[in-house]
Design a protein around this ligand. Sequence first.
Ligand SMILES: [Zn+2]
Length: 311
Amino acid sequence: MGKTDVLISEVGPRDGLQNTKAFMPTEYKKRWISAAAAAGLTEIEVCSFVPPKLIPQMVDAAEVVAHAKTIPGLTVAALAPNYKGAQRAMEAGVHKLTLTISVSKSHSLANVRMTPDEAIASAKKICDFRDSLPPEQRPKIESGLSTVFGCTIEGVVSEDEVVRLAIASAEAGCDEVGLADTTGYANPEQIRRVFKKVRAAIGEKLGGAHLHNTRGLGLANVVAALEVGVRTFDSSLAGLGGCPFAPGASGNIVTEDLVFMLEAMGLRTGIDLERLLAIRELLAEGIPGELLYGYVPLAGVPKGFVPASGR
Ligand SMILES: [Zn+2]
């Protein structure tokens, strides 16, 4: 794979499946991850280490990680909501671990049964544990700040609180801080403003954008984030996803549409759009009846389209 301008982190196997009704058989998850990597995705969030009692879809997390780790060059990422989950993820040998820290106190309590400050304290404990491991076993740790742009329970979320928790995450030992529009509340102006504020506070530790398309502003928000220098985006094949604890928050931005937009704008993703589109068949088979989103998959690429990666 040549040089890329934008890193797309596929989160469908985690964020997507966490919100689907049907259980995707483990074999399909493995095939999906392999096919996504073969299409050129270099980072995939393959699962979350949550209690299977809460989210049965993730019962095979360790097995899925073990499979993903056999794929050369792939950064295997996972999410963990707490210390126990983080330990399981590190035991499984993930390369990157995202910790969810919700800025909204009500969402945080509903999602991980901790206040945001308790979640920061937990992140510190997790980072300390990570630092006690041999260097080759230490994953990169991302603080995934969620409900940054609004909360389905509390409504408006304080930007000062976002900045405060971003600084606290960095001080706790997290390598980077990503900002998530968990609920699909963000608008482009807000995206520019908040990313700039957080960069002013933590500089290069500012990570990527995790956006949902709940109100149709997903790609507009990507462009806004690009304008303020963000170069890492989470997205989900077929736009699967949501948050089981944030009612009405459905749909990550669609990887296929995101790749098309970036490549059309001259930004190289390193991803082969045709191969990416072909993976939808596998999803349709693995989770029958689940709604698959996306405009490019329906309309096709425009006549004469030449992706930036192929120029
Ligand atoms: Zn999400």
